[in-house]
Design a protein around this ligand. Structure first.
Ligand SMILES: [Zn+2]
Length: 365
């Protein structure tokens, strides 16, 4: 699932040419790279054989890098603000495998670790993390196209020359490093190599989620901005999802603590979106009431407690009893729906056309 807030794209002329899929003179469009921030932390551990930081050979196979007063500290010794890492072969950044060029950068008190990945290696890795590698190949291919499209759009939105195009977490797409990919997700990436979903001449905002519960949500209702291709689609193929239907009980006390609203006695739904999802709630504690958006309510109570906004709620014996369907933000590709479509004989093109209506699948290289 991807959670990055909507970014209005400002496409540079060079990027616009890329998006239009024209070949730039002298530019090798076959080598599309993506700069992925693997880690941003106070310290990171590099491990592997023949490690070199900015060309300096490390004497041990384990190196600790910290950020100190605006520059890097490598095994305690002051170094530059930006440093390249190389090794004799694959190496590790904390517990992630890396087979690419890595740049370390001191930013405030944190070390940013960025790998320059081949786009297709990244797509194979993301597909393995964001979907189940044993799922049907056609569903994995739909996920691969969505992941590639999302990444390319993000790259264009932040600028081709930006130090970081995407983060390796749910804010963008989960990437667990080299070695996370499987033969099936590599096949999904390679059999769709270079294919990008477009609307007009832009890569689309390829949002995806676990299970919509029967009907996807519009981007307007979920994120506050409309896209013609992020309309609501009837799904009906995700009934095998573990959270197709769910019931969760949470004590009023726990919800009160999470909301910072002592004495919470009831939660009522005050409005719903056109697809029936909760849009706003009213909370009551004694004589005071508080209104909030359902998205804020779900975030505060926990995404792992309230699985989607498709719920109803009642108070039963001091507990809030939520009865709901689906999991995730429900915008764009429904992963369990794609699995269901694959099992009934549809190919990835049919899935992408269904969940992103009006888009065009184009081959970038
Ligand atoms: Zn669905």
């Amino acid at each position: 699932m991807n959670w990055r807030p909507y970014v209005k794209m400002r496409i540079s002329p060079a990027a616009a040419v890329l998006v239009a899929f024209a070949v730039l003179p002298g530019r090798d469009v076959h080598a599309e790279t993506l700069r992925v921030e693997l880690v941003r932390a106070a310290s990171v551990v590099l491990s592997g054989a023949g490690l070199r930081v900015d060309g300096v050979m490390m004497t041990s196979g384990r190196v600790v890098v910290r950020a100190d007063a605006g520059h890097l500290a490598v095994n305690g010794a002051a170094a530059a603000t930006v440093a390249r890492v190389a090794a004799d072969g694959p190496f590790n950044v904390d517990d992630r495998g890396v087979r690419a060029d890595v740049t370390l950068r001191a930013e405030g008190g944190l070390v940013s670790v960025v790998a320059a990945l081949d786009l297709e290696d990244y797509v194979a890795g993301v597909t393995a993390s964001e979907m189940v590698p044993s799922w049907p190949l056609e569903a994995l291919k739909a996920q691969a196209v969505a992941a590639r499209t999302y990444a390319l759009r993000q790259k264009l939105a932040v600028g081709i020359d930006a130090a970081v195009h995407v983060q390796a977490t749910v804010i963008d797409q989960v990437y667990r490093g080299a070695g996370a990919e499987t033969s099936s997700t590599i096949a999904a990436a390679l059999t769709t190599k270079g294919e990008v979903l477009t609307f007009g001449d832009e890569p689309i905002e390829a949002y995806f989620h676990a299970a919509c519960g029967g009907r996807t949500e519009t981007a307007l209702a979920a994120f506050g901005h409309a896209q013609p291709y992020l309309a609501s689609a009837v799904c009906g193929a995700d009934g095998d999802a573990p959270k197709a239907k769910w019931t969760v009980r949470i004590s009023l006390e726990e919800v009160a603590a999470r909301l910072g609203m002592a004495g919470l006695s009831s939660v009522s739904i005050t409005s719903r979106s056109e697809t029936g999802r909760v849009a706003a709630v009213e909370l009551r504690a004694g004589r005071s009431t508080r209104r909030m958006t359902a998205a804020d309510f779900r975030r505060l109570v926990g995404y792992d407690r309230i699985f989607s906004l498709g719920f109803s709620v009642e108070v039963v014996h001091g507990e809030l009893r939520f009865t709901g369907s689906g999991s995730g933000h429900a915008v764009g590709l429904c992963q369990w729906g794609a699995r269901g479509m694959a099992r009934s004989g549809h190919d990835y093109r049919a899935m992408l056309a269904h969940y992103y209506p009006g888009t065009e699948l184009r081959r970038m290289y």
